[in-house]
Design a protein around this ligand. Structure first.
Ligand code: NAP
Length: 331
């Protein structure tokens, strides 16, 4: 099969290799999937670049997310799954065989049925973005009837968070963005209020949108960079669920403002959520897809030969939505 792989960490153009690899066969409990779309996430490029510690395996076919069709099943897997359209998660997490190849073999539970109306490109944008968004929204009794602030609402996770919050019955969804183009994306996803955090006073704007009460729940892409403002706009008994803190890794902590309001801080690390949390995310994501309320945004689509460019696109920070590689060519 054709695949991309690396055997040492470094810049995409230095370490990513395109070539032929042996066709993998499913072991008991596994499925082999013809990969039609492979999703590139920040986690994949950070792992390749070395920013997430050393390699877990000697040879890495990258990308945890993907989508395609089951073409073989291992012993113990229902043969009725042959031909099933599926989306994949955690394919490259502590495993050699990621989705950036014509065939991906992985445990059957990591190949989730993809509703008919959802494209494989969208399917390849669910694993990390939608599941992270779901966990960040549901870590503390969910968001039904609550006011929610999603920072970075045009990002891959943020965009999914707006849509899933809507599906989950959030009362008010507020989001922050940095441009008019990103504001349009966030509005289309279902945000009720969009704040340009580079031009507006976010605390004042959130207070105005919530009659002064502040928000019950924050889905936070940048904990450290936004913590001082979050401490002023979170409501009593609110939750800050954060999944990133790139610009400020050891932020100053406004302890008393948060304590006086009984605020919970919940870190989210998708790869190690519990099986029950993962099952709940899959069930809810499937329901939101079927209801037409979750439609991942696609930024760009690349051939397998252009995987280096796909990685560089993610690293540029300029994308809005998922970056997809097509291992089997355009389809
Ligand atoms: N913990 C986990 O399990 C987990 C899971 C998924 C992703 N992540 C991490 O989360 C980060 C985002 O991932 P992604 O795939 O969503 O990336 P993305 O598509 O690039 O989105 C990031 C968004 O955040 C916005 N942003 C950056 N700083 C901001 C700030 N201070 N306030 C508001 N918005 C801000 C960016 O837009 P502007 O710069 O234009 O504002 C961009 O729209 C990455 O660092 C990734 O590694 C962690």
């Amino acid at each position: 099969m054709k695949a991309i792989w690396y055997e040492k960490q470094g810049a995409a153009s230095d370490v990513l290799t395109l070539g032929e690899r042996p066709e993998p066969q499913p072991a008991p409990g596994e499925v082999a999937v013809t990969v039609q779309a492979s999703g590139v996430n920040p986690s994949d490029v950070k792992m390749r670049g070395g920013a997430r510690g050393p390699m877990a395996v000697p040879l890495q076919i990258p990308h945890s997310d993907g989508a395609g069709i089951i073409k073989a099943v291992g012993e113990g897997v229902d043969p009725a799954r042959l031909g099933e359209r599926v989306w994949l998660y955690n394919a490259a997490y502590r495993r050699s065989g990621g989705s950036c190849a014509e065939t991906c073999v992985l445990p059957a539970s990591q190949a989730v049925p993809l509703p008919d109306q959802i494209s494989v490109k969208a399917g390849a944008a669910l694993g990390i973005p939608a599941m992270t968004a779901h966990r960040a929204l549901f870590c503390n009794d969910g968001v039904a009837g609550k006011s929610v602030l999603v920072t970075g609402g045009a990002g891959a996770v943020g965009h999914s968070a707006i849509q899933i919050a809507k599906w989950a019955g959030a009362e008010t969804i507020i989001t922050t963005v940095s441009s008019a183009a990103k504001a349009a994306i966030a509005m289309a996803a279902g945000a009720d209020h969009v704040i340009n955090y580079r031009q507006q006073d976010v605390v004042e704007a959130v207070k105005a949108a919530t009659d002064g009460a502040g928000v019950d729940h924050i889905v936070e892409v940048e904990l450290g960079g936004n913590l001082a403002q979050s401490a002023q706009l979170i409501a009593e008994h609110g939750t800050i669920a954060w999944y990133g803190s790139e610009s400020s890794r050891e932020p100053a902590f406004p302890a008393y403002p948060l304590m006086f309001r009984n605020v919970s801080l919940q870190g989210i690390f998708l790869y190690s959520i519990t099986a029950a949390q993962r099952d709940a995310a899959i069930a809810d994501i499937t329901s939101a897809l079927e209801a037409g309320l979750l439609r991942p945004l696609i930024d760009s689509v690349w051939s397998l030969e252009d995987t280096v460019k796909a990685h560089e696109r993610v690293e540029s920070g300029e994308r809005s939505g998922a970056v997809i590689v097509q291992p089997g060519g355009a389809g």
